[in-house]
Design a protein around this ligand. Structure first.
Ligand code: AMP
Ligand code: GLY
Length: 421
């Protein structure tokens, strides 16, 4: 089989790495890819939004399967375009990807089908939003409606912070048109977890749970990022809570999407808060998480390509999906300044001296035969071991050997799991 993966991040590198483990996969392409994907696939210089060129490339090269990594092309309908051209593609159509593309759509869906989530109101008018906000207790959460690279959410602990966040989103338009509409949402207290699932209509096949670390600094300080590190499984979270989340949130949501005439096919990713009243939905994504994928797929024992094929052939319910018991911890190495502005083009040293870990590339490029930084999140270093402690020690040991100017990383990824395990 020949497979084209669309995207350029660590998630896509991990998807390619996982696909490559199958003997069925003869050739991998990545558009546009990065310096890491170039080591296991052929990078194709076509951007994620050049739909016509991507379709033409797939037809010209007799691609058997296209896998779409990132959220924005999914929200823009890339799957519908491939389907119209009769190219087999894995991912949700535009009308299903809206579960991530619009927080208001998602919240209204959950409310309509009584699926647990934080209480909320939505606004298109700044004055009305401000008046409502002034009547609410703090902490409170302000969310831009549309996609904002994981940065459109502000958890506000003071009134001043809340009013600033609302003004930034709706008046200063810090997140562009994503902030034309906002959700103002009740603050949920508890432990967070991510559950990703392979979904085809009402068929839900959950993956092993993971936990992300969104804020840029240790101790969950500083602004939110796309994710600074992950681990899986979650030894400190009882299996009963994971099952409750699947039964009360993920399965009913898949069913609701079918009932709405928007059947979801692809990876449905639930961001959840385990509150004292049980698990509640924070967000849904319509794709693999980044960097959740980097710790979940290395633990997948079933061939990923078989799951994709079963799904596009309507047989997802029939396939056996198994997970290894080993733990995985991913530490993201980011450019200095991220998630704000940062420099690029710094040579990365030490990549050949990392030992027994997986290094998934995100913002990297090749320049004059050397691998250099080219994005905010640069690398994801994944350690694996018999438990979180071993996986974590391996990840940090390798992460510390890799150097580039301005490198920053959190030093407390998965620390919570050690204390509470
Ligand atoms: P999101 O982009 O929707 O995943 O939100 C980013 C982060 O903000 C989440 O990972 C949570 O840590 C936090 N967050 C979002 N909504 C809430 C909420 N209602 N209560 C508490 N924290 C939240
Ligand atoms: N790591 C969170 C996300 O992919 O949205």
């Amino acid at each position: 089989m020949k497979i084209l993966v669309i995207g350029r991040g660590g998630r896509e590198h991990a998807i390619l790495w996982s696909l490559k483990r199958s003997d069925k996969v003869k050739k991998l392409y990545c558009a546009p890819g990065n310096a890491g994907t170039a080591q296991i696939a052929e990078n194709v210089d076509i951007g994620e939004f050049e739909f016509d060129k991507l379709v033409q490339f797939s037809l010209d090269n007799a691609i058997d399967l296209v896998v779409v990594g990132p959220d924005d092309p999914l929200a823009a309908g890339i799957v519908d375009v491939f389907e119209a051209a009769k190219v087999p593609v894995y991912g949700p159509r535009k009308n299903a990807a809206e579960i991530e593309g619009s927080k208001i759509f998602m919240k209204n869906l959950l409310k309509k089908y009584s699926i647990p989530t934080a209480k909320y109101e939505t606004f298109t008018d700044y004055e009305a939003a401000l008046a409502y906000l002034r009547e609410q207790p703090v902490p409170i959460v302000i969310k831009a409606d549309g996609l904002a690279a994981g940065k459109g959410v502000t958890v506000c602990f003071t009134r001043e912070q809340a009013e600033d966040a609302l003004r930034e989103t709706m008046v200063s338009k810090s997140f562009g048109a994503a902030g034309d509409k906002v959700v103002i949402e009740e603050f949920l207290e508890g432990q967070e977890m991510s559950i990703l699932a392979f979904v085809d209509g009402e068929t839900v096949r959950p993956m092993s749970a993971a936990q992300d670390h969104k804020p840029v600094f240790d101790g969950d300080k500083g602004p939110n990022t796309g994710g600074m590190g992950t681990y899986s499984p979650l030894p400190h979270i009882p299996q009963s809570i994971i099952e409750e989340s699947i039964e009360t949130i993920i399965k009913p949501t898949a069913k609701a999407m079918v009932a709405e005439g928007r059947p979801f096919r692809g990876v449905l990713f639930a961001g959840l808060m385990i509150t004292k009243d049980g698990p509640k939905t924070i967000e849904f994504n319509a794709r693999f998480g980044d960097p959740e994928t980097q710790v979940v797929l290395p633990r997948l024992q079933t061939e990923l390509v078989d799951i994709f094929l079963a799904s596009i052939n309507g047989r997802l319910g029939e396939i056996e999906i198994s997970w290894s018991d080993e733990a995985a911890v991913c530490v993201i190495l980011a450019s200095g300044g991220y998630p704000g502005s940062y420099g690029k083009g710094f040579p990365i040293k030490g990549l050949d001296d990392v030992g027994d870990v997986l290094v998934f590339h995100a913002g990297t490029a090749e320049k004059d035969g050397e691998i250099v930084t080219s994005g905010g999140r640069v690398l994801g270093v994944v350690g694996r071991g018999t438990g979180i402690a071993e996986a974590r020690a391996k990840a940090y040991e390798a992460a510390n050997r890799i150097q580039f100017e301005g490198k920053q990383n959190r030093t407390d990824i998965a620390a919570k799991a050690l204390v509470q395990a």
